[in-house]
Write a protein that binds this ligand. Structure first.
Ligand SMILES: Cc1cc2nc3c(=O)[nH]c(=O)nc-3n(C[C@H](O)[C@H](O)[C@H](O)COP(=O)(O)OP(=O)(O)OC[C@H]3O[C@@H](n4cnc5c(N)ncnc54)[C@H](O)[C@@H]3O)c2cc1C
Length: 435
């Protein structure tokens, strides 16, 4: 089994520019994932010149070239009533609107990209872990506005096998909207679009922080190979570092919880078998606290299976062992299947499970907290943050500038995750008691 992402077989991250021939720019963006690159594209499309994107790794080497590539209409992990208590009515409604818009925004941005990235709008399934979850999904479908309701349908347990060859769920929700992308090709296509617009992308440079000088930011970058440093005089700085937030941004570190997320890819399997297991190439997720999600590879012949296999820092092999167990639980007929790849990447959670965009007290902008799913969301939030940086009228709404809770007595090391894992496993078991 290879311990690099399956996606890198066709689109391995590459290095960007390694030397700075100028040390002054209008905007310096730290992080070359979906969030940072999409912010760069919106800024460049609006005519901002001299945009630098820097990354400590290769371009897009963080979560943006390692994820499951599943996309769909997003909604926050809170109800409107909970949102109103936390943010007030107007802000809560705007946040829900932001989540909802992200999918359409990504599809619009996709139209501007010239490189293919295996966008398949084949729809998706959500497996109900318990009978209560099935009821809750049914209620959520019934509450949708009429035009959206037509896009979603509940599939009772007795009919489930026509849609997915497993018996681990209590029924399914079918969503016609949504599908998948090749995540590493998607970030590559975005980077190529940004470069066409004049954005310069540097790799192998770690941002160490910034000070103020005459209304501008003096950012220090360190070469990760030679430790040589350079200072960049930037009009504005944006940190789009999500699950890779380091000590360089202590304000964000106190508010964010990095979590390793694992994936495996199976060897190639006969197309007929794949069509029987996961018909019509739909993506699948579920309602558990420790969820599984899976899909077929773009050529349809492999299963790409992901989940939070472990809540401790672990190797790719340890993660793969856990995920293989889940895969076989889902599809027992794959008993003899071999894995071709097993890998992980970092996602980032906020204490309130909401995504956040804003400006830190030191004036550096941020986009943070995908909370596990960010292909379309971080694409959109890159755009929203760019609007904020350009002071576009009415930018201060929804996720932009929403309250970002701090975790007290926390310094960025999530020592409590194993206990959270145990608690979630308990909740998932308890959800089925008496069924
Ligand atoms: C295994 C896995 C599966 C997933 N599956 C899905 C899915 O199916 N659907 C979905 O919607 N989402 C999924 N996600 C989440 C999705 O990948 C992320 O939400 C998204 O890629 C985040 O993009 P980003 O630009 O915010 O962060 P990233 O792509 O992680 O980019 C952050 C970048 O910041 C750089 N960086 C950090 N600190 C510094 C510094 N000091 N100096 C320079 N550079 C720095 C890092 O090197 C990194 O490249 C998954 C994630 C993982 C890990």
């Amino acid at each position: 089994m290879k311990t690099t992402p399956f996606w890198w077989e066709e689109a391995e991250p590459t290095h960007g520019e390694r030397t700075f021939d100028q040390t002054r720019c209008d905007v310096l963006i730290v992080g070359s994932g979906y969030a940072g690159i999409n912010a760069a594209i919106t800024l460049a499309e609006a005519g901002v010149k001299d945009i630098f994107v820097v990354d400590a790794m290769r371009i897009g080497e963080g979560a943006s070239s390692r994820n499951g590539g599943q996309i769909g209409r997003n909604s926050p992990k809170f109800s409107l009533a909970e949102g109103i208590k936390r943010f007030g009515e107007q802000r809560a409604r705007e946040i829900i609107e932001d989540y909802d818009r992200s999918f359409d925004f990504m599809l619009d941005r996709a139209k501007t990209l010239t490189d293919d990235f295996d966008l398949n709008l084949t729809g998706g399934l959500v497996g109900a872990h318990s009978r209560n979850d099935y009821e809750a999904l049914s209620v959520s479908v019934a509450a949708l506005p009429a035009e959206r309701r037509a896009q979603s349908r509940m599939i009772p347990e007795a009919e489930m096998k026509q849609y997915l060859r497993t018996d681990i769920y209590r029924g399914l929700m079918l969503r016609a909207e949504g599908g998948s992308v090749h995540p590493a090709k998607y970030i590559r296509a975005l980077v190529n679009r940004a470069r066409t617009l004049g954005v310069r992308v540097f790799s192998g440079w770690r941002y160490l922080g910034a000070t103020d000088q005459a209304g501008r930011k003096i950012a220090t970058l360190q070469d990760v190979t030679s430790s040589k440093s350079v200072t960049i005089n930037a009009g504005k700085v944006l940190a789009a570092v999500n699950g890779y937030t380091g000590k360089e941004v202590p304000w964000l570190r106190q508010r964010t919880i990095p979590v390793q997320s694992y994936m495996i890819a199976t060897e190639q399997l006969p197309l007929e078998q794949m069509e029987e297991l996961i018909p019509h190439n739909r993506t699948v997720g579920d309602t558990k606290h420790i969820l599984y999600y899976f899909r077929r590879s773009p050529d349809g012949t492999r299963i790409l299976f992901g989940g939070r296999a472990r809540f401790r820092t672990s190797t790719e092999e340890q993660g793969a062992v856990g995920l293989l167990k889940f895969l076989l639980h889902t599809f027992p007929s794959l008993e003899k299947v071999k894995l071709s790849h097993g890998w992980y990447g970092n996602v980032c959670f906020a204490y309130d499970f909401c995504s956040h965009v804003g400006r830190m007290p030191d004036g550096v902008y941020y986009i943070s907290c995908c909370n596990g799913g960010g292909v379309s969301m971080m694409t959109y939030l890159g755009h929203r943050c760019a609007e904020m940086m350009m002071d576009v009228p009415d930018h201060d709404r929804g996720i932009v500038n929403s309250r970002f809770p701090q975790l007290y007595f926390y310094n960025g090391h999530p020592w409590f995750l194993p206990a959270v894992g145990t608690y979630y496993r308990f909740l998932d078991r308890a959800a089925r008691w008496g069924e």
